[in-house]
Design a protein around this ligand. Structure first.
Ligand code: SAM
Length: 361
């Protein structure tokens, strides 16, 4: 029997009795660091506290708030009995909505590369009663969609919600954020490839400049790449998020003091994004996924893709247009759909999202 209520499903699932655990020690009246936020990290035990945080327009630690859920469900118009794929499982919010539409029969293949968050999400969804008969979870890159199709047959719908989850961003051990110190890693799968700190050591200055300019249109790409490589040549170790932020701050020292803080923040956002894209080969895997997509969908099958920056949106738009010209898509989104003002106000992380869709001929 499946529990079919919405957000609170994830927080009240499994009929768990709150276990008494000793409060994590922290200074002051409110926990500040990720690991101290013991209530947010156990949403099933502290339902009311977590809902209060969401009402304040924040994302509780260890949780992800799914974006454009209604718009995506409208586009995919899922019916019981269909077979589809959620290429980016994350916290499982979109998957849960899909499963509610599919139930009692049909099958959702859900993939993610993150070996840390995937088992947690699987446990939550299985805890709600979704077994292997309706939900197949695979730890794999969505660029290998053909492996899913080999098992599932052609798909009635595909969803991809690109980029990183709030759990990944907020956990300082993952190295995705410059707001707190942590290892300069930025890998979606820390068991594969090399962390961003290693990339900085081996990459040439000119290639690093290209990475910053191409992946996030960084206006100070030359100055920052040069400062990074000069520091490394002098023996400075850049292995933490705080050290990279220090170097960026040094480069932007010429900016008047009253504008500097904001400019440092924006520059750090762009530099971290550019390095994340490089470390995970995000454009390479997205392009391969987009090329496979029209051959993975059944006739009339629908795809919805949520992007978070122009490099992603441009690739999705061009691919949809190209395959429409070839006659493989019968219809594509004329313009990207943006999250509503209410959603952006309630979840600022939705602000940069753009949603595009296509229908297989
Ligand atoms: C924005 S989150 C998805 C959130 C999810 N839709 C939800 O409702 O909770 C993006 C997720 O995609 C995963 N991801 C990013 N690139 C991937 C790839 N190439 N293959 C598989 N998973 C990927 C990330 O690890 C992350 O968990």
């Amino acid at each position: 029997m499946v529990d079919c209520s919405s957000f609170s499903t994830f927080t009240t699932m499994e009929n768990q009795e709150p276990k008494h655990t000793r409060r994590v020690r922290y200074k002051g009246t409110h926990p500040k660091s990720f690991k101290e936020k013991y209530k947010e990290l156990q949403p099933n035990l502290y339902v009311n506290d977590v809902e209060k945080i969401i009402k304040q327009g924040k994302t509780p630690a260890g949780m992800h708030r799914s974006i454009c859920v209604d718009e995506i469900m409208d586009i995919l118009s899922i019916e019981p009995g269909q077979v589809g794929m959620d290429a980016t499982l994350g916290y499982g919010g979109h998957s849960l909505e899909i499963l509610k539409k599919l139930y009692p029969k049909g099958r959702l293949y859900a993939t993610d590369v993150d070996p840390i968050e995937l088992p947690r999400t699987e446990e939550r969804l299985r805890g709600l009663g979704y077994g292997e008969d309706i939900l197949v979870i695979k730890k794999m890159n969505f660029s290998e969609i053909e492996l899913v199709v080999a098992e599932s047959g052609l798909l009635n719908f595909v969803l991809a919600d690109l980029g990183v989850s709030s759990m990944q961003i907020d956990n300082p051990d993952r190295g995705f954020t410059f707001k707190v110190d942590g290892p300069l890693d930025l890998r979606l799968n820390p068991n594969s490839g090399k962390p961003a700190s290693s990339l900085l050591k081996i990459v040439s200055q000119s290639r690093l400049e290209e990475i910053l300019a191409e992946n996030s249109d960084e206006p100070y790409a030359h100055e920052i790449s040069s400062a990074i490589k000069t520091n490394i040549a002098k023996g400075v170790v850049i292995e933490t998020t705080a050290k990279l932020k220090d170097i960026i701050e040094g480069v932007l020292n010429f900016i008047p003091k009253n504008q500097r803080k904001e400019e440092v923040k924006k520059t750090c956002q762009r530099v971290f994004q550019a390095l994340r894209i490089a470390v995970n080969d995000e454009f390479g895997v997205l392009e391969k996924f987009l090329e496979e997509l029209p051959y993975s969908l059944a006739p009339g099958g629908k795809v919805a893709i949520l992007t978070f920056h122009s490099g992603e949106d441009r690739r999705v738009k061009k691919s949809f247009q190209y395959f429409q010209r070839l006659g493989l898509y019968s219809e594509i989104a004329p313009d990207p759909i943006r999250p509503s003002t209410e959603e952006c106000n309630s979840n600022p992380r939705a602000r940069s999202a753009k949603l595009r869709w296509a229908v297989k001929s």
